[in-house]
Write a protein that binds this ligand. Structure first.
Ligand code: NAD
Length: 255
């Protein structure tokens, strides 16, 4: 058990990559607070699944872009599990629209959830970690798009680019408290977020042709990296962006 006695918060922990991280951390002995947004049923089902294998988890509704809801999420985690050791900023959205036609409200929504949400959760959880005086881990589920441009996805790319510099800066600031901060940057992962892409055969085949490993990642493969970064083995890693993309960003295409 690599995470025995640890308490983890996973935002958007009831779906896709977040669900896989929640399960992987619970299997490694962490007690997991599943932050969900919207329907409670998937989070409840996940809590039941975890309890069935002897793990511990609970769920709490919080919109990561709302300071008071983030505050309540962290307070409830401390009340329920007695502290917080690991924060996984996983919640995120994307809406693909050409830059020239992107409404301001859509831009603001993506930034609010993907970037401001990471800011709010990280600050609130870090304050708790500092108070506890036993260090901590903050892991952002960023994206290859913290570095790689994606036409029609400017707000998403801007949000992930922002997460990258937020991560680097607070990694330096929080080091003296024994808190590490890192980004996990997936390429294409087989989750509900990419369901639309997968349903278009031509687009899907084009994507696979651009990935040297010729497949999307499984959410469990992203979760494995998060467990490593949360474990004793990952203690010296901070301020890093881990690309996990099957080689996508390293191939040069026709050049
Ligand atoms: P997903 O849609 O399955 O999960 C997103 C989660 O975020 C859901 O649980 C959703 O309820 C939650 N969420 C949305 N708005 C929220 C809010 N305001 N407050 C709290 N939670 C909210 O998608 P996913 O693919 O599992 O994405 C998870 C993360 O991984 C995202 O940050 C995404 O940018 C990143 N990512 C995904 C891929 C991919 O190919 N799927 C690739 C790179 C990065």
């Amino acid at each position: 058990m690599q995470l025995a006695d640890k308490v983890a918060i996973v935002t958007g922990g009831d779906s896709g990559i977040g669900q896989a991280i929640t399960l992987a951390m619970a299997r490694e002995g962490a007690r997991v607070m599943i932050d969900y947004y919207g329907d409670v049923a998937p989070a409840d089902a996940l809590v039941e699944q975890i309890e069935n294998f002897g793990g511990k988890a609970t769920a709490f509704a919080a919109d990561v872009s709302k300071p008071d809801e983030v505050d309540a999420l962290v307070m409830e985690t401390v009340r329920h599990f007695g502290g917080v050791d690991i924060l996984v900023n996983n919640a995120g959205i994307e809406h693909k629209v050409a830059f020239l036609h992107t409404p301001f409200e859509l831009y603001r929504k993506v930034i609010d959830i993907n970037l401001t949400g990471v800011w709010l959760c990280s600050q609130r959880a870090a304050l708790e970690m500092v108070k506890q005086k036993r260090g901590g881990r903050i892991i952002n589920i960023s994206s290859v798009h913290e570095e790689l441009a994606m036409p029609t996805n400017a707000p998403y790319c801007a949000s992930k680019g922002g997460v990258r510099m937020l991560m680097r800066t607070i990694a330096v600031e929080l080091a003296e408290h024994g808190i590490t901060v890192n980004d996990v940057c997936p390429g294409a992962v087989d989750t509900p977020m990419d369901a639309k892409l997968k349903s278009n055969r031509d687009e899907y085949n084009r994507l696979l042709s651009e990935i040297p490993l010729r497949r999307m990642a499984k959410p469990e493969e992203i979760a494995g990296l998060c467990v490593f970064l949360s474990s004793a083995a990952g203690a010296y890693v901070t301020g890093a962006s881990y690309i996990i993309d099957g080689g996508l960003t390293k191939q040069s295409g026709s050049l």
